[in-house]
Design a protein around this ligand. Structure first.
Ligand code: ADP
Ligand code: MG
Length: 414
């Protein structure tokens, strides 16, 4: 993203890897160069809000920021981890991780290591330095990026053969079991499989996916972080999940093959919508219509129809705001401001809601005005600035850079 402060990353080497290599040596001493460097990008979901846990469809794309790890094996069974973002270090015994007593940032890595130890035979300690420039807790999935970077690095370090889908599922399990966040699998799949310059059209039930090139041409993706902490998000998230389950139970009386809202056709919904209470009816209507919008958006991308894509994004926001009720005034203001800007194709809130980010699709010529207006109007109304990111789309640069997680091995240091 253009606000990146650590230099641009070219196709060959990513300067952040160089920085991290230096930081590793500084941390652990000169004779201890890292053996493996790995990174995994953050992601933004273009459309498909709250469809993942309804076994539905999503359309995320990776961003040009990542979480990085530098690792080296140890001959004993100690694990030492240093976080550059937090300026903290932890040390523990591999076989007695006590994950829940570690600081949260270390829980993700320790969780990955524990899964690999108990199920894939990881059998020695290691030391590592972590750094990331994916904003933490903004909804761009820094947590999945950290998990996948750690999994990518540790499997390479210990020669563990782990398929990409298995890795995404392992990372999701880490988030559930060790961190206590009951997330869907979209984030880990998007991070593990995402390709720069492409959206990942993903079926969250079957995990079938397709890379759909983003025909951005003279357009860009701009992300505005409301910087509202998502405190309400967890309880509301659980409430929405329960409401969806209520919807599923209702529709099962007409068709017992229905397992999730994904299986409820528009016809069946319309036939019986009147028998549902207002709240559940609107929740179901959002999920059913959102799944349709995701599929139409993937088609629109293939037809290089950004107008259609933008309109679908804006309609998705209205549905998330009105029917699903997960937006807030601050997100609405950002979306409305974006949509009223010349050159904007569309905008919507992204992520669980109650804070987090808005994603906008806008013609390049409109980007400076969009940035200015978002900042001015938000500050006028709420007394603080949003954080803005323009996702770099220069394919020459991004295709291999913020691509699927990559590993760089330093055999010389081995
Ligand atoms: P999101 O995934 O939307 O960014 P989460 O709350 O799921 O938000 O994950 C954020 C957490 O992930 C951070 O609080 C931290 O514990 C961990 N994390 C993310 N990036 C890093 C990093 N670069 N270094 C250490 N921990 C990180
Ligand atoms: Mg997360």
């Amino acid at each position: 993203m253009s606000t990146a402060t650590r230099g641009s990353r070219d196709n060959g080497t990513d300067p952040i890897f160089e920085d991290l290599r230096g930081a590793f040596i500084e941390q652990f001493g000169h004779e201890r160069k890292p053996s493996v460097l790995a990174r995994a990008p953050g992601r933004v979901n273009l459309i498909g809000g709250h469809t993942d846990y309804n076994d539905g469809f999503v359309l995320p794309t990776t961003v040009d920021r990542a979480v990085y790890v530098a690792l080296r094996p140890r001959t004993d069974e100690r694990v030492r981890l240093h976080s550059q973002n937090f300026g903290e270090e932890v040390e523990y015994a591999l076989s007695k991780p006590h994950v829940s007593s570690l600081p949260q940032w270390a829980q993700y890595v320790a969780g990955v290591a524990e899964e690999l130890r108990t199920k894939y035979g990881l059998d020695a300690g290691f030391e590592g330095v972590l750094f990331g420039n994916v904003p933490l807790g903004a909804g761009l999935s820094s947590s999945a990026a950290l998990e996948v970077a750690a999994a990518e690095g540790l499997t390479r370090l210990f020669g563990i053969d782990l398929g990409a889908e298995e890795m995404a599922l392992l990372c999701q399990r880490v988030e559930h079991t060790y961190v206590g966040v009951q997330c869907g699998v979209m984030d880990q799949m998007a991070v593990r499989f995402g390709r720069a310059g492409n959206a990942l059209s993903l079926d969250c039930r079957t995990l079938e996916y397709e890379h759909v090139p983003l025909p951005l041409g003279e357009a860009s993706i701009v992300i505005a972080d409301s910087r509202v902490s998502r405190e309400l998000a967890a309880s509301k998230y659980n409430e929405r999940r329960a409401e969806c389950e209520e919807g599923v139970t209702f529709f099962q009386q007409f068709d017992d093959s229905i397992e999730a809202l994904r299986d409820v056709s528009r016809e069946l919904f319309e036939q019986h919508a009147g028998e549902l209470g207002d709240t559940i009816r609107r929740r179901c209507r959002h999920v059913i219509s959102e799944n349709e919008r995701v599929r139409r958006s993937a088609d629109a991308l293939k037809e290089e129809d950004l107008d259609a894509c933008g309109t679908l994004m804006s309609t998705a926001h209205e549905s998330l705001r009105g029917d699903y009720e997960v937006s807030i005034e601050k997100l609405d203001l950002l979306v409305e401001t974006a949509r009223a800007t010349d050159g904007a194709y569309g905008a919507r809130m992204t992520g669980a809601g109650f804070g987090g980010c808005v994603v906008c699709l806008v013609a390049d010529a409109g980007v400076p005005v969009l940035q200015r207006r978002l900042t001015e109007r938000y500050e006028e109304q709420f007394g603080r600035k949003p954080t803005l990111y323009v996702v770099e789309k220069n394919l020459e640069v991004t295709t291999r850079r913020a691509d699927v997680p990559i590993c760089e091995e330093e055999r010389r240091s081995g």
